[in-house]
Design a protein around this ligand. Structure first.
Ligand SMILES: [Mn+2]
Length: 489
C-alpha cells in the first residue's frame, strides 16, 4: 500500500476513534442515544451494525430508518431529548441543518457521501472518508464507516464485518478489477476472513448463485448481459441441459453453488464461447468475478451470498419494514428471516407489477429529444422508483438517451425523480448528477448524485419545466459540452 494511502487510512481510523470515544462516554453516563440511518441496503446494514454494537454495551438507544432528514424529524429529535444522535449512511449533507437547529446536541456522523459544508461545531463528530482523501463512492460505504466505529468501540465487533461488506455491495462498491473491493472495504473483507465468517472466491459472477435455479439465474442476468439468454428462460434451460449439467438433484433445483468444479468450468467456457460467437469479447471478461460467501449462513439461502443478502436488506427498507432488515443484521435467523423472505417476494412482485404497468401504455414511458421519461405518477411507489429505473435502463443498453423516472410524493406536492444513464450515454459525456442538480435548482427543487445515477425532487407544478430543462442539458452534454455550475438556465 502506498505511503499516502496508508496515511489517509490512518487519519480516517483516528477519526473513528474519536467517534467511538463520544459513543462510549455517552453510554458510560447512561445517556439515551438516537440512531438515524438511510433506508437502502447500506443504511439498513449500518443501522444493524450500530444496533449490535449498542446492545452489546447495554446502551439505551432507539434506531430509526428513513429516506432523508428534514426539519420535521429534527423537531422530533428535540422532543426526545437524546444525549447523543448518531447518523449513519447520511448526515454529512445535513451539517448546516443540524448546526442551525440543534447546535447544542451531541452528534456523531458516520457517512460516506460527499459534502460541501464548512460547519465546524465542537458538539459534532464527523467521520467521512472524503475528509481523508478516500473515495466514499468506491472504498467504504455507510455500513463500513459504522463498522470501523464499532470496531474502535470494541474489537469484538469485528464479527460484524460481513454485515459491513453486505452494505458495501448494496451500494455497488465492487467497482475494482473483477468486481473486487479495495482500500477500507478490503480491510473489512480481511477482518471477516480472519474471523472465519467470510470466504472470498472467484467464480461466475451471476446474481442468485445460492438461491436461483441455474437456468433462471442465466435468464435473469443483466450484468453480464447475454443476448439470447438474458430474459429467455427456455433458451437458458436448453443451454444448461445441452452441457449435460443436471438441472435438479432429486426434486431440488440446482443453483450455481451446487455445481461441481468440473460443471462450473464447462458452463463458464460454454458461456465464453457463446459470447465470442456473438462478437461480445468484452462481456467475456465480465463472466468471472469475486464472490463473497458468508460461511456461517445456511447454503442455498440468500444470506450466504453477500450480494443476495444486500437485496434482502434493500427490500426490507423499501417495503417499509427496515426493522426486519436490522434484526437480521443483528443475528435474528428465525421470525425476522422468515418474514423478510415474504417481503422480498412482495418486493419482486411489486417491481414486476410496475414493469408491466409501464409497458402497458405508451404514454407511461415517453421519448423526448434526448431522454426517456417514465411517468410513474401516483402508481409507482416513490421508494421503489429507483429500482424500476435501474431495471428499465438495463434494457436500453445500447441507447444513448438516459432514463428519467418519477413518482409523486403527494404529501409534499413534489415529484421524486430517479435518473439512470446507459453505458453509451456515459461514454458520450452525460453526467446525470450535474443535470439533476442544475435542472432541479432552476425550478425550485433539489437534486444531484453520481454521473451514472442521480435523483431530484421537484415541485409538481414545475414538472414539465424541469423535464424541458433536463432534456436540454442532456442534449448539450451529448454534444460534448461540459456543464458549469452557472448553467442552470
Ligand atoms: Mn451508502
Amino acid at each position: 500500500m502506498a505511503a499516502q494511502q496508508q496515511q489517509n487510512i490512518d487519519g480516517f481510523l483516528a477519526a473513528e476513534n474519536e467517534a467511538a470515544k463520544v459513543i462510549l462516554e455517552t453510554v458510560k453516563k447512561d445517556g439515551f442515544i438516537l440512531v438515524f440511518s438511510h433506508l437502502d441496503a447500506d443504511g439498513v446494514a449500518a443501522a444493524g451494525v450500530m444496533g449490535k454494537m449498542l446492545s452489546r454495551l447495554d446502551a439505551r438507544f432507539r434506531i430509526r430508518v428513513m429516506q432523508w432528514v428534514d426539519e420535521k424529524i429534527i423537531g422530533e429529535v428535540i422532543a426526545d431529548k437524546p444525549q447523543l444522535v448518531i447518523l449513519t449512511d447520511f448526515g454529512s449533507g445535513y451539517l448546516d441543518l443540524l448546526n442551525e437547529k440543534i447546535p447544542n446536541v451531541k452528534v456523531v456522523i458516520l457517512d460516506h457521501h460527499q459534502t460541501t459544508s464548512k460547519v465546524v461545531n465542537p458538539n459534532f463528530t464527523q467521520v467521512n472518508p472524503h475528509l481523508f482523501g478516500i473515495d466514499g463512492a468506491t472504498d467504504v460505504s455507510g455500513s463500513g464507516v459504522a463498522y470501523f466505529a464499532a470496531k474502535a468501540v470494541n474489537v469484538s465487533n469485528v464479527d460484524l464485518a460481513p454485515i459491513a461488506l453486505v452494505g458495501a455491495l448494496g451500494d455497488m462498491q465492487d467497482k475494482y478489477e473483477q468486481r473486487s473491493l479495495r482500500s477500507l472495504n478490503e480491510i473489512i473483507v480481511n477482518d471477516g476472513v480472519a474471523a472465519g465468517l467470510l470466504k472470498v472466491e472467484k467464480d461466475l459472477i451471476f446474481f442468485g448463485r445460492e438461491t436461483r435455479p441455474i437456468y433462471k439465474m442465466l435468464a435473469t442476468t443483466t450484468n453480464p448481459f447475454i443476448p439470447g439468454l438474458s430474459g429467455q428462460e427456455t433458451e437458458s434451460l436448453n443451454f444448461v441441459a445441452n452441457l449435460g449439467i443436471p438441472l435438479k438433484q432429486g426434486d431440488k433445483p440446482r443453483s450455481l453453488c451446487d455445481l461441481t468444479a468440473d460443471e462450473r468450468k464447462r458452463l463458464c467456457s460454454a458461456l465464453a464461447d457463446y459470447l465470442l460467437s456473438k462478437g461480445l469479447h468484452l462481456e467475456v471478461d465480465n463472466l468471472i468475478g469475486y464472490v463473497y460467501v458468508l460461511t456461517k449462513e445456511e447454503p442455498n439461502t440468500a444470506l450466504r451470498d453477500a450480494r443476495e443478502f444486500a437485496v434482502v436488506l434493500n427490500s426490507a427498507g423499501r417495503m417499509d419494514r427496515p426493522s426486519l432488515g436490522i434484526a437480521i443484521c443483528m443475528g435474528d435467523r428465525k421470525a425476522a428471516l422468515e418474514e423478510s423472505n415474504k417481503i422480498l417476494e412482495d418486493y419482486r412482485k411489486n417491481i414486476n407489477k410496475y414493469l408491466g404497468w409501464v409497458a402497458e401504455k405508451p404514454e407511461r414511458m415517453r421519448e423526448l429529444q434526448n431522454i426517456y421519461v417514465i411517468y410513474g405518477e401516483n402508481f409507482i411507489n416513490e421508494k421503489i422508483i429507483g429500482t424500476v429505473s435501474s431495471i428499465i435502463v438495463s434494457s436500453l443498453a445500447n441507447n444513448e438517451k438516459p432514463l428519467f423516472a418519477f413518482a409523486n410524493i403527494e404529501a409534499e406536492k413534489a415529484a421524486k425523480f430517479s435518473g439512470r444513464t446507459t453505458e453509451a450515454a456515459l461514454r458520450r459525456g452525460v453526467n446525470l448528477g450535474d443535470v439533476m442538480r442544475l435542472a432541479s435548482e432552476a425550478h425550485g427543487g433539489k437534486g444531484g448524485g453520481h454521473n451514472i445515477a442521480a435523483g431530484a425532487q421537484v415541485p409538481l407544478d414545475k414538472l414539465d419545466a424541469f423535464l424541458k430543462t433536463a432534456d436540454e442539458l442532456v442534449g448539450r452534454q451529448l454534444k460534448g459540452e461540459k456543464l458549469a455550475s452557472h448553467d442552470n438556465a
